[in-house]
Design a protein around this ligand. Structure first.
Ligand SMILES: Cc1cc2nc3c(=O)[nH]c(=O)nc-3n(C[C@H](O)[C@H](O)[C@H](O)COP(=O)(O)OP(=O)(O)OC[C@H]3O[C@@H](n4cnc5c(N)ncnc54)[C@H](O)[C@@H]3O)c2cc1C
Length: 597
């Protein structure tokens, strides 16, 4: 650590400057009426860190139920809430789904009012499309950079209001006083100096934890340390076993959704073998490849998850896996394919009786999504030159997190959470487009609640400083992170077995036992690494307890067969908290819906 210790004061401390953090800061400032009483701290640079600022995909979705949204009528929010709650496998809190659905129109209009350029139809209404996991078209968008446009608009607004932001500052421990949250201990990323922030309330908006896994689709720096911060402060976490995992390009992190599979490429391993025939019947291959185009993340309830499982098994066996757009899959016989596939292409203006399209997946991809081919070429993968696209199942979203209630509050007084670090609002499946929404709706609510709560407690620094002192002994932090990533990707990816999870947990506990030592990456990196070990442990323990498959949690018995979904026992969620110094897991009943459609 550096020598100097700085002291700062604020009423509301917001940790993180992504979509959720910035929205919280704005609403806290609105309630307090004095922007300077809010302080945002973030790792990295404002507007250049986190998923909202940096993630992109072929078309990023923001869900909103607007007056013209299907199916229409005053109850249309209920269909939205149903997709979140029932689509999510009935293991989330239905009151939170209701808040999300009802708050979506306001969130959309707010973002538009501060300059997010959502696409509108020729008749002037916001354009909307259907995403994975939703019955109706409610995904608004600006294009591939919807999240980045949201971040830019919020950064402008925070600047306009004059809300103070401290960049390059990592929170490494939350501070308490008499059971309340009272501030945070931070490390200046450049100097290593400690900063003590005394705060009346804290909003945790630290995003997801892709970097806990070696194979992930997140931007750099998304460590998930917020889950660990909350856990060590005594908060409850929920649904930590539910992680969205889908097939992504390994080199570019692009999610290979939609058109990539609709183009019907070959899936080959490093030996050039079309390995899917070892996992699927030949007559299933083309059909499942096509359907994979409409169900991106691996979900137990979707037969297309068998493709993710096949890819994962190849990767586990030491093989690389590629999409090959130069030739048709062996089993593709146009005279026998489902007429739905031909019809779908016809609706896109592509005539499959034309040999240019019937013979070549790249021609089909260029016809339905030329931008993706260009996007990859700019990043060094030239499909036209015959380059293969390496893919693997990659973690893209944490569906669980710090357990929140309708006011954004957690089980620790004075601690609020919003965005991807929060949990309970999503279950085992998250319909695409609801995470960006969640950041705005619960970001606003958490900021308002924190501003109303803000008390004045003198934080107790002693325990936090002792924990940081411990970072002098152990394995260098970079080594710990590398090993953690490998363990988690191997044991808690698409294919989860009791034996694998047990083995993974043994490894994490060994790493914890050895301790984490500050290395050339600096003290903030080491402090976050030790929190990441807690998060890895939570995921493995929760996944081991849930002995069924549901949504994105695919559990296999040791002989390799998937365990079925068990609604009789498992329409419940797993809550994690620290008790007497031990990680404790409790199975609880979620809040059920009070609405019907
Ligand atoms: C490739 C990709 C595509 C996606 N597509 C969609 C989509 O189409 N629709 C959708 O709804 N969702 C999508 N998501 C998910 C969505 O983008 C994220 O869930 C959302 O942006 C998270 O926002 P957030 O504010 O919670 O966190 P982030 O935007 O990740 O921000 C976290 C902030 O916290 C800071 N931080 C973290 N830890 C600390 C610490 N210890 N101290 C200080 N600061 C800290 C970070 O620097 C950052 O500023 C996608 C995600 C990815 C990766």
């Amino acid at each position: 650590m550096g020598e100097a210790v700085r002291h700062l004061n604020c009423s509301v401390l917001v940790v993180g400057a992504g979509g959720a953090g910035l929205r919280s800061a704005i609403s806290a400032s609105d309630v307090l009426g004095e922007p300077e009483r809010v302080l945002v701290v973030t790792k990295g640079k404002l507007g250049r860190s986190g998923a909202t600022a940096l993630a992109c995909s072929d078309r990023m979705a923001f869900h909103a139920t607007l007056p013209h949204t299907e199916p229409g009528g005053p109850d249309s929010w209920k269909y939205h809430a149903e997709d979140i709650y029932f689509g999510g496998g009935e293991v989330s809190d239905a009151d939170l789904a209701e808040i999300l659905a009802k708050g979506s129109a306001e969130a959309f209009h707010y973002l538009e009012s501060i300059g997010v350029p959502f696409v509108r139809r020729p008749d002037g209404l916001p354009d909307q499309f259907v995403t994975d996991g939703s019955k109706y078209a409610r995904a608004c968008y600006t294009g591939p950079y919807t999240a980045n446009h949201i971040e830019e608009a919020l950064v402008r607004e925070v600047g306009r209001l004059g809300i103070p932001v401290r960049e390059h500052t990592a929170v490494v421990r939350l501070l308490k006083a008499e059971g309340h949250i009272a501030g945070a201990l931070c490390v200046d990323e450049a100097t290593g100096d400690l900063i003590v922030v005394r705060a009346g309330a804290v909003v945790l908006a630290t995003g997801g934890g892709g970097e806990i896994f070696k194979v992930n689709a997140y931007p750099p720096g998304t460590t998930g340390s917020g889950y660990g911060l909350a856990y060590r402060a005594g908060a409850e976490l929920v649904n930590m076993e539910f992680l969205q995992i889908g097939l992504c390009s390994v080199g570019t992190k692009l999610a290979c959704s939609g058109s990539f599979f609709r183009a019907l490429p070959r899936l080959v391993n490093g030996r050039g073998e079309e390995f899917l025939y070892r996992y699927l019947r030949p007559d299933e291959v083309v059909d499942l490849l096509f359907r994979k185009g409409a169900s991106w993340p691996a979900m137990y309830e979707e037969p297309t998850s068998r493709i993710d499982v096949a890819v994962q098994r190849e990767v586990d066996g030491g093989n690389k896996v590629f999409l090959d757009f130069s030739r048709n899959p062996e089993a593709l016989d146009w005279s026998r394919v489902d007429p739905e596939i031909v019809g779908w292409y016809r609706s896109k203006g592509v005539d499959l009786s034309d040999r240019r399209f019937s013979r070549n997946p790249l021609a089909r991809l260029l016809a339905i999504n030329p931008q993706s081919v260009e996007w990859l070429r700019e990043r060094g993968v030239d499909l036209a030159r015959g380059d293969l696209l390496e893919i693997a199942p990659a973690v893209q979203h944490f569906q669980g997190g710090v357990k929140i209630r309708p006011d954004g509050g957690t089980s620790v007084p004075g601690l609020y959470a919003a965005g991807e670090v929060a949990g309970g609002q999503h279950g085992a499946k998250r319909p695409g487009g609801n995470s960006l929404l969640d950041c705005q709706v619960f970001g606003r609510i958490a900021g308002e609640s924190a501003a109303r709560w803000a008390g004045a407690h003198r934080p107790n620094l002693e325990e936090a400083l002792t924990e940081l002192e411990e970072l002098k002994e152990g394995t260098p932090a970079s080594e710990v992170r590398r090993e953690l990533g490998e363990v988690m990707s191997a044991c808690a990816g698409v294919v989860r077995t009791e034996r694998g999870l047990r083995e993974g947990l043994k490894n994490i506990l060994r790493l914890k036992e050895m301790g984490v030592k500050v290395d050339e990456e600096g003290p903030a990196f080491a402090a976050e690494t030790s929190l990441m070990l807690d998060v890895g442990e939570m995921i493995l323990r929760a996944a081991a307890v849930r002995r069924e498959s549901r949504g994105c949690h695919l559990s296999f018995d040791d002989s390799g067969d998937p365990l079925p979904r068990d609604d009789g026992n498992w329409r419940r969620y797993i809550v994690i908290f620290e008790e007497d110094g031990r990680m404790t897991l409790e199975v609880r009943e979620p809040i059920r819906p009070r609405w019907t459609t």
